[in-house]
Design a binder for this molecule. Structure first.
Ligand code: FAD
Length: 369
């Protein structure tokens, strides 16, 4: 007799939602997590009474009403609206590119003036070969040079002329005075941070922290089905080779001031400044604490052992992933989920939707057999 219905590898958002659905149906789950905490990349560390997003700033946003309602059963969102700023040579610009940005760049005050300015700077390139050509053809030279070039080069660690054009598919320009970064109708930060969501979702599960499944594969024998949200290539011991990622590292600083930059997110778009952005966490929750905590975010090359933050979806890596996926599809009792299992960047709302779908599909499948 097996002890558990599900062994959930990884205590991130995907498995949290899966666990919630499974335990609602009376299923027994064992969660194994290699870190010393649940929450995956949404984990918040409390420093000076401030919820510090330890693995990068996370703003929940969605246009899916069902997902929004689902999340609102798990937490109460505040009214945070993401309105990042860009800093270039000590000048500050609003993002995403909108009428405020155009005014800050050129002093234009009407959409007509701004459109004419951009049009005059656009370079006509029929088949852009790299990010530089792509951006110049979409938004012209000023926006590219001041707000895109340095940031993108730092993000990827390569010159914009060497980066494939597909990295920038679109560069939306807004001809309204609207600094709201997301177009989605629903967004916010859970009041009190993300951790309580995970405590709720895993409350009916057994949880083993500091446990790497790959070193404890025998645990799979305890459960009927394994849901694996780690890196798919690690599950198969890199038998076809390692998938590539971009990594990040974070430098936190506690400052003896109540307000350092007046905004949660400020991007630094100059190439010579080594970090890409500074996050001031208290502003996510409209915090009134006497001190503040800031995080400088530095992109770095990934190697085995470092945190894999962003999959690099080149054609070569996608082909490699397909080979692993073919192996995965042959598994009877192992399912791969989440951003690392699927080797794709997913926003949180997509993760929530896909975890619910996986559980429902399994239920259906079991009923049919
Ligand atoms: P994870 O959160 O990574 O969880 C996987 C867990 O599995 C981890 O805890 C890991 O330690 C564990 N694990 C891995 N291998 C093993 C193993 N072998 N044994 C045991 N445990 C293992 N989305 C948004 O919607 N809004 C945002 O603002 C946003 N900002 C982001 C910022 C950054 C820097 C990044 C990288 C992503 C951001 N995202 C954002 C995306 C969001 O982080 C993901 O959608 C979400 O974290 C995916 O959840 P997950 O469960 O798939 O993965």
């Amino acid at each position: 007799m097996l002890t558990y219905d599900f062994l959930l590898v990884g205590a991130g958002l995907f498995n949290a939602i899966f666990a919630r659905e499974a335990t609602k149906q009376g299923k027994k789950c064992l969660v194994v997590e290699k870190r010393n905490h649940i929450g995956g990349n949404l984990y918040c560390e409390n420093i000076e009474g401030i919820n510090v997003h330890k693995y990068g700033a996370h703003i929940f946003h969605t246009s899916n009403k069902e997902v929004w309602d689902y999340m609102n059963e798990l937490c109460e969102f505040n009214h945070y609206v993401n309105s990042p700023l860009a800093r270039y040579k000590n000048k500050v610009y609003n993002l995403p590119f909108n009428m405020h940005t155009f005014y800050q760049l050129w002093g234009t005050t009407t959409p007509e003036e701004a459109e004419a300015k951009i049009e005059s700077q656009r370079v006509k390139i029929d088949d852009p070969k790299n990010v530089e050509e792509q951006a110049l053809s979409l938004v012209g030279s000023d926006i590219y040079e001041k707000l895109i070039k340095g940031y993108t080069e730092k993000q990827w660690g390569i010159a914009a002329t060497q980066l494939p054009a597909f990295i920038i598919k679109r560069l939306p320009l807004r001809f309204t005075y609207n600094n709201n970064y997301f177009n989605d109708p629903y967004q916010g930060i859970p009041k009190g941070g993300y951790n309580p969501i995970f405590e709720k979702c895993f409350s009916q599960c057994d949880v083993l922290l500091n446990t790497d499944f790959l070193q404890n594969r025998h645990l799979a024998k305890e459960a009927e089905t394994v849901i694996f949200t780690g890196m798919i290539d690690t599950y198969y011991e890199y038998c076809f080779g390692a998938l590539e990622y971009r990594s990040l590292y974070f430098e936190n600083e506690v400052l003896d001031t109540d307000n350092f930059q007046g905004n949660a997110v400020v991007n630094y778009t100059e190439r010579k400044i080594p970090f890409t952005r500074i996050i001031e966490h208290k502003h996510f929750e409209l915090g009134q604490q006497p001190k503040t905590v800031i995080t400088r975010e530095y992109p770095q090359a990934w190697e085995i052992g470092l945190e894999p933050f962003y999959p690099i979806n080149t054609e070569q890596n996608n082909c490699l992933y397909q080979r692993y996926k073919t192996l995965a599809e042959k598994e009877k009792n192992v399912f791969f989920g989440g951003r690392l299992g699927g080797y794709r960047y997913f926003d949180m709302d997509q993760i929530v939707k896909s975890a619910i779908e996986l559980f429902n599909n399994m239920k259906l499948h079991n009923r049919e057999n």
